[in-house]
Design a protein around this ligand. Structure first.
Ligand SMILES: CC(=O)N[C@H]1[C@@H](OP(=O)(O)OP(=O)(O)OC[C@H]2O[C@@H](n3ccc(=O)[nH]c3=O)[C@H](O)[C@@H]2O)O[C@H](CO)[C@@H](O)[C@@H]1O[C@H](C)C(=O)N[C@@H](C)C(=O)N[C@H](CCC(=O)O)C(=O)O
Ligand SMILES: Nc1ncnc2c1ncn2[C@@H]1O[C@H](COP(=O)(O)OP(=O)(O)OP(=O)(O)O)[C@@H](O)[C@H]1O
Ligand SMILES: N[C@H](CCC[C@H](N)C(=O)O)C(=O)O
Length: 542
């Protein structure tokens, strides 16, 4: 018997919207809304004037750079069904509204709801008939590993016959057809709108990355989760959160403030371990599943004392990938001497795969069905992506101290003894955590034989200044070179590479731009490498 797919949201009329607001949002006075409610049906909701169409609801909010009301003129031209603003109109804006309403049959209704921002996710969830309750939504947070784990989870579910959508850094949509977006986790209206579209498209599962910004800014308010998962927490985004404690606290909110059936936690991570202890003590109806890629002895040390539901033994890194034996609740299964082969590079990817496996196991998928799909897992674009051999060229999105350390450590173990050198090209993003810069410089120096410092989205900062701040963490200047132009830096290191060398190009991964002073200029590390490989090939034949 097949179960009927849930239906997507019913459009709301203006009367229903005003009733919702007067019941749930402080400061919204129904009596201030004009007495006549024409039968205008509002179709979609958006915070972005560019996404508005006829009869949509435009929510105008204060942002960092502008206010939604700055785009009022273009919004009016699209004949919106309703505009809601978090502030009263200026005199000029009121003149615009009056002029529009005098010259058009379809009047634009504009309501001021000062507190709309604080309840926006709940409002959007109501507007779209709570789409997360019609889907199985998995939320993944952590400093590194969100995208990789989301893809591995999505690939496993898809290969087991499910329809899967992703929301994350690489885009939103069905797993093989992602549409790029500006944020890892979109704003709260966009999240609910996407979830509703996924219901319409007949998706079963949605795997979404939840950034720390999203948790602080309420972008996932109104989402009911099937499972929430934590990869690992290390230093990042101090520019936004202020301190490492505040950053870690933001991440923990996914596990303390949202409704979920189950939590999947990395017990080898300090925050994962703390949350695991807290949740097991509370003993509520939620299922808690712990995993770890660490040795059992370490996991059972004084600090940890939690027996992971899933861990691994016999881990080996080979040129083809990673081998391991899974261990469940400290017991191997009868046929559990088996070795699982992953065609993935880097030990941290084993941790990501354990997290993805845990998400499926906690949702009742059997080990027997999961294991047949593990060898099919593919690496994620720009994450430990091998672009060339002789020299080996690896593209990776490592842009935090921990990620850079993990990647260089993992790659080092692939260097053939005594031959070849490990060279790394990287920079640090402008307008982002300045404190990580010297830390990344020191890590690169200690793990690579040659370090080439360059630009990585300088944004509003001077690239040379960022490079200087990274170099402050390096005390041996002879193994370090600086080159502001990223293309030149990559080409130079490749030109001088020997066949046995491994070149790691870190920080930008899949990105196809270089962001300078608010403009995203087309740029791709992968393209620079492909061009270099083509030139090398044609020289060989020419
Ligand atoms: C600091 C921050 O989070 N900024 C987000 C914010 O931008 P903003 O406040 O500057 O908005 P604004 O440009 O001033 O515009 C104000 C309002 O006018 C609207 N607008 C704007 C232009 C227009 O033509 N029409 C229009 O209606 C905007 O939709 C907005 O509602 O609202 C935008 C629309 O929702 C977001 O895209 C933008 O994220 C920017 C791109 C960003 O870089 N954010 C980073 C810090 C971030 O959130 N990163 C995390 C990932 C972290 C991780 O990897 O772990 C993420 O989840 O992406
Ligand atoms: N489990 C992990 N532990 C440590 N480092 C990791 C882990 N997984 C991935 N990395 C490193 O972090 C980089 C980013 O990985 P990924 O895109 O999966 O993380 P993310 O959390 O989505 O990052 P972002 O939030 O910045 O998009 C990888 O290119 C790799 O260098
Ligand atoms: N989601 C991260 C990605 C950083 C990627 C790196 N290339 C940079 O620009 O710093 C951020 O926006 O901080």
């Amino acid at each position: 018997m097949t179960t009927a797919k849930p239906i997507s949201a019913q459009p709301k009329n203006i009367l229903e919207i005003s009733q919702y607001l007067s019941n749930f949002i402080e400061g919204f006075d129904l009596s201030e809304v004009d007495a006549e409610y024409p039968e205008v049906t509002v179709k979609q909701m958006s915070l972005d004037s560019r996404a508005i169409q006829s009869n949509d609801l435009f929510i105008a909010l204060q942002g960092e750079k502008s206010h939604g009301l700055d785009f009022l003129e273009s919004v009016f031209l699209k004949l919106p069904g309703l505009v809601i603003s978090d502030r009263v109109l200026t005199e000029q804006e009121q003149i615009l509204l009056d002029a529009h309403n005098q010259s058009h049959n379809q009047k634009v209704r504009l309501w001021v709801v000062a507190d709309i921002q604080s309840q926006l996710g709940n409002f959007a969830a109501w507007f779209y008939d709570r789409p997360s309750q019609k889907l199985k939504v998995v939320g993944i947070t952590g400093t590194n590993g969100k995208t990789s784990t989301a893809f591995f989870t999505g690939q496993l579910l898809k290969n087991l016959g499910h329809k899967v959508a992703l929301i994350g850094t690489l885009g939103n949509g069905e797993i093989d057809n992602l549409q790029q977006s500006a944020n890892t986790t979109p704003n709260s209206v966009q999240v609910q709108r996407l979830l509703n579209a996924f219901v319409e498209q007949g998706m079963d599962w949605v795997v979404m990355e939840v950034s720390s910004h999203a948790l602080c800014l309420g972008r996932i308010q109104g989402v009911t989760f099937q499972t929430v998962a934590l990869t690992q927490v290390t230093r990042d985004h101090i520019d936004f959160h202020g301190t490492e404690e505040a950053y870690s606290e933001a991440k923990s909110r996914l596990f303390t403030e949202y409704e979920t059936q189950s939590s999947v936690l990395n017990v080898a991570d300090a925050l994962g371990n703390k949350l695991c202890h807290e949740k097991l003590q509370k003993n509520n109806s939620e299922t808690v599943w712990c995993y770890s890629s660490e040795q059992l002895k370490k996991t059972l040390s004084a600090d940890y004392k939690i027996l992971p539901d899933l861990r691994c033994d016999n881990v080996q890194l080979t040129q083809q990938g990673i081998k391991f034996t899974p261990v469940f609740h400290n017991k191997r299964l009868a046929d559990n001497l088996e070795i699982i082969n992953l065609a993935l590079m880097g030990l941290f990817n084993l941790e990501n795969v354990l997290c993805a496996m845990s998400i499926l196991l906690v949702n009742g998928f059997s080990w027997q069905v999961i294991k047949s799909k593990l060898p099919l897992l593919q690496s994620v674009a720009g994450r430990m992506q091998v672009l060339g051999k002789s020299p080996t060229i690896i593209l990776d999105f490592a842009h935090t101290p921990d990620a850079l350390e993990q990647v260089l450590t993992a790659v080092r173990s692939h260097l053939i003894d005594g031959n070849g050198a490990l060279k790394v090209v990287f920079g640090c993003g402008g307008n982002r955590d300045q404190g990580k810069r010297p830390l990344m410089g020191a890590i690169a120096q200690s793990l690579a034989d040659k370090v080439i410092l360059t630009s990585d989205n300088p944004r509003d900062e001077a690239p040379a200044k960022i490079i200087k701040e990274i170099a402050a963490g390096i005390n041996q200047s002879d193994s370090v070179q600086s080159m502001v132009d990223r293309k030149e830096a990559i080409s130079q290191v490749l030109d001088h590479a020997k066949e046995q060398d491994i070149i790691v190009i870190a920080g930008k991964g899949h990105e196809d731009y270089q962001e300078i002073s608010g403009v995203k200029h087309p740029f791709s590390d992968a393209e620079v490498v492909q061009d270099w490989l083509l030139t090398k090939e044609s020289k060989k034949h020419g």
